[in-house]
Design a protein. Structure first.
Length: 239
């Protein structure tokens, strides 16, 4: 038993590091000057796509109609926009006593221009472990770097949320996971700040570091970190 312990310990450390690669990748990058995101698409999600296991890299431009590439090219602008300009969010918490249903809506503060869409770079695409991986990059302009810095004030708390979406829904599943992450981040922050449940919260969120996208129990699991600017909190006038 004593002789096997070092081997077991080494194996446990190896597994831990492997599982947390995406998280370490996301948290250690400086996103102020260059947005960098690690994205992937699963082989099983695209049964009609022919994978060349010997090909180390895939030219995404030449294969833009392939389903995995199509998904990556929907997901990348979605996150780049959230990291560049952020989202406007309206959230109504669930209130059983008042018969109020939970409601969430989020939309871009500013849409990406065609020039910005064309500036998104897809690098180091490769097949590994039945997935197509790709590193997405976007160089912020000086104006965009200053915009990012403007969010880094003591008035804008940093919040985190985790959400889930159906894997079989593709990009819609990622959107659903992000919506849930937004809701959970706002709800958990304000639960710690105010005693009485508000009627409505209007906020603006900027994704402040690379999203961490994984799979858990057959679902997308997305973890997002935000800077939050609260525009308005409406309270109930009476019970």
């Amino acid at each position: 038993m004593e002789k096997r312990l070092p081997l077991i310990l080494f194996f446990s450390i190896f597994v831990f590091l492997s599982v947390n690669f995406n998280s370490l990748f996301a948290q250690n990058l400086n996103q102020e000057q260059k947005i960098q995101i690690l994205l992937w698409a699963e082989k099983e999600a695209f049964p009609g796509f022919v994978w060349n296991e010997e090909e180390k890299n895939l030219d995404l431009e030449k294969n833009e109609n392939a389903l995995p590439v199509n998904r990556l090219k929907k997901t990348a602008p979605f996150f780049v926009q959230g990291m560049l300009y952020g989202w406007k969010v309206e959230y109504t918490p669930y209130d059983k006593a008042r018969g109020v249903k939970e409601y969430l809506n989020f939309e871009p503060i500013q849409e990406l221009t065609q020039s910005e869409l064309n500036s998104i770079q897809y690098k180091n695409s490769a097949f590994k472990d039945d997935r197509l991986y790709c590193r997405v990059e976007f160089d912020r302009s000086e104006f965009q770097q200053n915009l990012y810095k403007s969010w880094q004030t003591v008035k804008n708390p940093r919040i985190r949320g985790v959400g889930y979406g159906k894997l079989q829904d593709g990009f819609a599943g990622i959107e659903q996971a992000c919506a849930e992450a937004i809701k959970n981040a706002i709800r958990e922050y304000w639960r710690s700040q105010i005693k009485n449940k508000p009627k409505e919260i209007e906020s603006r969120l900027l994704i402040c570091c690379a999203p961490v996208i994984g799979v858990e129990a057959g679902r997308y699991r997305v973890m997002l970190d935000f800077f939050m600017e609260t525009d308005k909190i409406l309270n109930y006038e009476m019970f």
